[in-house]
Design a protein around this ligand. Structure first.
Ligand SMILES: [Zn+2]
Length: 346
């Protein structure tokens, strides 16, 4: 049994309890919080999680505005605000997770032993109780870039949910203990990456998508979709060895194992051909990098090669979630990639 004291609950909160800004609302939140809003059709529920990462505020901004505006959703809504503790550390919305804590979005799996595990378990218990017809998990990317969705399943329902926000869907067989794995409970579940945490466009998209998600009678049929969805299947993750060093500079300083240009984020979702250099390696060459797919290491030579100290794609690739944050690059991954066609590299 999950601990009922882990989460706070708000039922149909009135605007004056929300503070005048998302920041004021965050100050009032004391714990990870569940917000229940009654819909026109009380027999159905949709769920949306957000702020699983404390430095990804678009979903909370959107929810604050939406609650202020007092919409009546088509069906009951269950909102789950996960990373309230890291978000509250000053300056607000700057910590992904607590300094000594775990990434909450890697804790949606047994054993639920850590503090974050207890939050994840309590959130799953709320979902189990509410039996939503679908679940969204709204994030920001660490770098800037266009919005995209991530799922573990590619079918019409997941594409329809994706189309509420974006026309790019990444599907993965990788299991990391992320909330989107709730899809395995037969509840269509989509992670939405709205774009950069500092981008007004991302905040705007999070709001527009929330309005679409809450105001439509049917969000699961593809005939009603806004636009066609391009599917990128099973991207590989390119990871940097923990002891390796990375710099973002126009020219390598000679000190780092890997150097990327500061504008590398502009490569997000563009096709990079084998004659376009991505960056530079140091003396250790490509040995500091690994390419991982479905939890197994693949052949990096199918992804990258080195010529004259510069890194080139080994074939035309589409790369994304490229970050210029060295902490993310080291703790999570450097980037994801598929073939230019959207098919898996291996
Ligand atoms: Zn996130």
């Amino acid at each position: 049994m999950s601990n009922p004291n882990v989460l706070d609950h708000l039922n149909n909160p009135s605007p004056r309890t929300l503070g005048r800004s998302p920041l004021e609302w965050l100050e009032r939140l004391q714990k990870p919080t569940v917000v229940h809003v009654a819909g026109c059709d009380r027999s159905r529920t949709r769920a949306m999680a957000t702020l699983l990462h404390g430095n990804e505020p678009s979903g909370l901004f959107a929810l604050h505005r939406w609650l202020q505006e007092q919409h009546t959703p088509e069906v009951n809504m269950l909102f789950l605000l996960g990373g309230v503790y890291p978000a509250k550390i000053p300056p607000a919305f700057s910590f992904r997770q607590l300094p000594e804590g775990l990434d909450l979005n890697r804790c949606f799996k047994e054993p639920f032993q850590s503090e974050e595990g207890a939050i994840a378990e309590a959130m799953l218990a709320e979902l189990h109780k509410a039996q939503p017809e679908c679940l969204l998990d709204v994030h920001n990317t660490s770098g800037t870039g266009p919005a995209f969705a991530v799922t573990i399943t590619n079918d019409a329902e997941h594409q329809a949910l994706t189309s509420l926000y974006t026309d790019r869907l990444i599907t993965t067989d990788l299991r990391l203990g992320a909330l989107m794995e709730y899809s395995e409970q037969e509840v269509p579940t989509v992670t939405i990456e709205c774009g950069g945490a500092q981008d007004d466009q991302a905040h705007h998209l999070a709001y527009e998508g929330l309005v679409r998600y809450t105001s439509r009678a049917d969000v699961l049929s593809l005939e009603k979709a806004e636009w066609d969805v391009a599917v990128l299947r099973n991207p590989i993750r390119v990871e940097l060895a923990p002891e390796a060093t990375i710099e973002y500079r126009l020219e390598p300083s000679g000190q780092a194992d890997l150097t990327f240009p500061p504008d590398i984020e502009h490569r997000n979702f563009g096709i990079v051909s084998p004659d376009e250099p991505l960056g530079w390696v140091g003396k250790k060459g490509l040995s500091i990098l690994t390419a991982i797919s479905h939890n197994r290491t693949g052949n990096l030579e199918q992804v990258l090669r080195v010529r004259g100290g510069q890194i080139y794609p080994a074939q035309a690739i589409k790369a994304f979630m490229i970050t210029t944050n060295p902490v993310i690059a080291k703790s999570d991954c450097l980037f994801y990639a598929v073939k230019a066609t959207g098919e898996p590299i291996f």
